[in-house]
Ligand binder design. Structure first.
Ligand SMILES: [Zn+2]
Length: 139
């Protein structure tokens, strides 16, 4: 890529022009624009996967760089450890669902466990009472 093009990409980005539009106006591939702006190399190294996801719509380009869609809450968040739990096996190093959803899922799992525990305890107590009344062992 010519230095002139790189300079143009940087200037356009400073003017808050969306990388997608920069790619269009400079006749450059979007992934190259992202590379020049260093928006894609922090977490995302697999260019083919990036392109595929952009086409599919699970990734979008905003002023904050590449954003990924969380399939649980349908929100887009920048590909950053601030928003996504880390997953070193994933091509974008990010977990499948966002941090907020991940926490929510963990909390609901904990609640379910607590509920089961309290039901079991109630059942145990009822059996004890029945036991003492009828003097039969139901446990
Ligand atoms: Zn989410």
């Amino acid at each position: 890529m010519q230095e002139k093009t790189k300079l143009m990409i940087h200037s356009m980005y400073k003017l808050k022009i969306n990388p997608k539009d920069i790619a269009h106006h400079t006749n450059t591939d979007l992934t190259d624009v992202l590379k020049v702006l260093k928006l894609s190399d922090r977490y995302f190294t697999d260019e083919k996967a990036l392109k595929r996801r952009l086409n599919r719509g699970s990734f979008i380009i905003t002023d904050e760089g590449v954003c990924k869609k969380c399939p649980r809450c349908n929100e887009f968040y920048p590909i950053d450890s601030e928003f996504w739990p880390k997953n070193s096996k994933a091509s974008d190093q990010c977990s499948f669902i966002c941090k907020a959803c991940d926490q929510e899922r963990k909390d609901s799992f904990k609640k379910k466990q607590q509920h089961t525990k309290s039901v079991n305890k109630k059942l145990e107590n009822s059996l004890k009472i029945l036991n003492s009344i009828f003097r039969i062992d139901l446990t």
